[in-house]
Design a protein. Structure first.
Ligand SMILES: [Zn+2]
Length: 300
């Protein structure tokens, strides 16, 4: 079975994670631009980060047999540094049109401040101008209110709900997101928030249409195998295989496939892994024998 993890911050993860993900069946990932855990202090940090999302990280994933895509945006937390946010907004169009960029995101609200509102709206306008998809990060506090308001603002700016993926949903928000025609993504957090047992019940109750499962794994307590693990639990608890395939693979492909940048042929007929390759003179190896042609088990 093939899986897609359409929301994972691989820059914060290790090569072991890439190997385990590939072994578990993950063939493609989408890495949304987000924050570091501490605020960036200058535009150069943003520039290098965005460059790494379309450059080094994409290369690194390829060295472990996983196709890497990303979304480009100014996250809600850092939208609150307005002086810096202004400069980031100038940078975004330069990256949004690069190869492998599937959406503007993850954007939205954290604390629902006026600055967050301002840059969320500006980025929705950018998405509309570039005819791009949007990935929305809904706030973890005031979830229901923040999610509804995020959708209101999308509609106000003329976005088509079928081109907007609303993430970090839960039982409180799923109905209204689906009713309004948006994609409803769920981030599976270990131990807390949206766990995988709760996800099984959501699919049982709401079916599989426009529902997407992801890990949102990053530098915090999170699990890069959340998608295949949730699929396994669904299987164990009697969710039909067609529903599992939809929420753990096909819906992400349908949603992000609208970008024209995210095609099944990219990973169904992949180039062979060749760890002898270099990116700007660097490889992922530290003196190990390079893996060539997907013999990942050779790494010692
Ligand atoms: Zn994220």
């Amino acid at each position: 079975m093939m899986y897609i993890d359409p929301h994972i911050h691989m820059s914060s993860r290790t090569t072991d994670d890439y190997e385990r993900m590939r072994d578990a069946g993950i063939v493609a990932v989408i890495e949304p631009a987000f924050w570091f855990g501490q605020p960036r202090t200058n535009i150069g940090s943003f520039q290098d980060y965005l460059s790494s999302l379309v450059g080094w990280e994409r290369f690194r994933a390829s060295q472990f047999g996983i196709k890497h895509y990303c979304t480009i945006g100014l996250n809600s937390k850092e939208a609150n540094n307005e002086a810096l946010a202004e400069q980031v907004m100038e940078l975004l169009p330069l990256y949004a049109c690069k190869e492998g960029v599937v959406a503007i995101g993850e954007i939205g609200y954290d604390d629902m401040t006026p600055a967050e509102d301002k840059y969320f709206r500006q980025q929705l306008e950018l998405a509309r101008m570039l005819d791009m998809l949007v990935l929305i990060h809904t706030p973890h506090r005031n979830k229901k209110e923040g999610t509804n308001y995020s959708m209101d603002v999308c509609i106000e700016h003329g976005l088509d709900p079928t081109r907007v993926i609303v993430d970090h949903n839960n039982e409180e928000t799923v109905q209204s997101v689906l009713d309004r025609g948006f994609w409803a993504a769920f981030t599976i957090y270990p131990h807390t928030k949206m766990g995988n047992a709760r996800m099984v019940e959501i699919v049982r109750e709401y079916g599989c249409e426009r529902i997407i499962v992801d890990s949102s794994a990053d530098w915090g307590v999170s699990d890069p195998l959340a998608v295949p693990k949730t699929a396994a639990l669904m299987r164990e608890r009697g969710i039909p295989e067609s529903h599992i395939g939809a929420v753990c693979y096909e819906n992400a492909l349908k949603a992000y496939g609208q970008s024209g940048q995210f095609n099944e042929s990219d990973w169904v007929n992949p180039l062979p892994i060749d760890q002898r390759q270099l990116f700007q003179g660097n490889s992922v190896l530290r003196g190990q024998k390079p893996v060539v042609d997907r013999e990942l088990a050779l790494i010692e």
